[in-house]
Design a protein around this ligand. Structure first.
Ligand SMILES: Cc1cc2nc3c(=O)[nH]c(=O)nc-3n(C[C@H](O)[C@H](O)[C@H](O)COP(=O)(O)O)c2cc1C
Length: 360
């Protein structure tokens, strides 16, 4: 089993194994990477005020997300191209999530097809993350295939009308390695990632060519009309947008800035969480991602109203270092840190994390 002291320590270990272009793609953020850094820094500005003598010998970390039981409130977010990290790609990550009893969110741009991911983790709970293509027939087909393959929610990412200005990828002229494909699409899509045109990021070019920057709230209504499963909206920061998500029928909202990879200068999701929860007012579940690296981060998010959080890059480092077992080790490590943090803070159950735990 991968030996983990803390999640940060995985990054340098994974860097040693990865082609620098691929490491940069995973690790990097947009522009000056101010938001990328802020996603971590924002947690350090929140302090916990623990309570004592509350009898924490028996702790319960399990909860539900959209009715699905999870063993602890940490999910696997959608991330493109797990094949960059390990040949087993998303199949390994999905199996790990299933083994640790949490939800795996499969990206539109996975290396494994959504059907292969479903086959790899028949017992696991899965959501499908959707990017809306200009060609609506492609979009509709993805939604139907996800429903047929048993994905229990559709996670619409709304913060990516275009790819963010990721300077590392531009500098490296990011290309997908020749042995990998886009699992959900015909070879012509993969070709665009292998070759690109001229300099710059082939992924950025693909996004500009394929994804629909004209998306509006009416498209959310359209998706709800074609999707038999609940719709989760990922990538909002403004409380007013969160309220609109609810008005347009979202079952859950993920407060996220795409791991600092889209618009630079935006606040860390944890900064906006409480205001978003106020705007949503219990009408939908609120989740959060961005820089969650410690059990105490999870605890802070729960106290400020999140139903659950998602941990991104460290899972890809775990996948790089030890495949399925590496992803399991990362999830287990976060669970262990959360368990101890709860005990030390006087919380026996994730349902019982009071707002007062985070100092105002
Ligand atoms: C390599 C990589 C690829 C990603 N691909 C997607 C994607 O395909 N769809 C999506 O909605 N978000 C994507 N994201 C954003 C993640 O879902 C998540 O919001 C972010 O990684 C959380 O921040 P963290 O990495 O600091 O934990 C990606 C993030 C990374 C690091």
């Amino acid at each position: 089993m991968l030996d983990i002291l803390n999640l940060d320590s995985l990054e340098e270990r994974a860097r040693a194994l990865l082609d620098p272009m691929l490491f940069d793609y995973i690790d990097g953020g947009a522009a000056d990477e101010w938001t990328l850094a802020e996603n971590r820094a924002a947690w350090t500005r929140l302090q916990l005020l623990p309570r004592m003598l509350r009898g924490v010998a028996d702790r319960s970390l399990g909860t539900t997300v959209l009715g699905t039981p999870v063993s602890f409130p940490v999910l696997v977010p959608p991330m493109a191209f797990h094949g960059l990290c390990h040949l087993d790609a998303e199949a390994a990550t999905a199996r790990a999530a299933a083994a640790e009893e949490t939800i795996f969110v499969a990206s539109t741009v996975s290396n494994c097809s959504l059907e292969a991911i479903a086959e790899a983790s028949t017992t696991g709970a899965r959501w499908f993350q959707l990017y809306v293509y200009k060609d609506r027939a492609i979009t509709q087909d993805l939604v139907q295939r996800a429903a047929a393959a048993g994905y229990s929610a559709l996670c619409l990412t709304v913060d990516t009308p275009y790819g963010g200005h990721r300077e590392r990828d531009a500098r490296n002229s990011l290309r997908m390695p020749a042995h990998l494909a886009l699992g959900n699409f015909p070879p012509s899509h993969t070709d665009q990632h292998h070759h690109g045109t001229g300099h710059g990021s082939a992924l950025g070019q693909y996004i500009a060519a394929q994804w629909d920057p004209g998306l509006t709230w009416q498209d959310v209504d359209w998706l709800r009309s074609i999707a038999p499963m609940p719709v989760v909206i990922k990538g909002v920061l403004a409380p007013d947008d969160a309220a609109l998500c609810v008005e347009h029928g979202a079952a859950a909202v993920i407060v996220s800035n795409h791991g600092g990879r889209q618009l630079d200068s935006v606040p860390a999701p944890i900064t906006m969480l409480e205001a978003v929860c106020e705007a949503v007012d219990g009408r939908a579940e609120v989740l959060l991602d961005g820089g969650v690296r410690r059990g105490t981060d999870v605890l802070k998010a729960l106290a400020l109203g999140a139903r659950a959080v998602l941990v991104g890059r460290p899972l890809l480092w775990g996948l790089t270092l030890d495949g399925e077992q590496g992803v399991r080790a990362v999830l287990q490590h976060v669970r262990g840190e959360l368990d101890l943090a709860m005990a030390l803070a006087g919380c026996a159950s994730v349902a019982d994390v009071p707002r007062e735990l985070v100092l105002r």
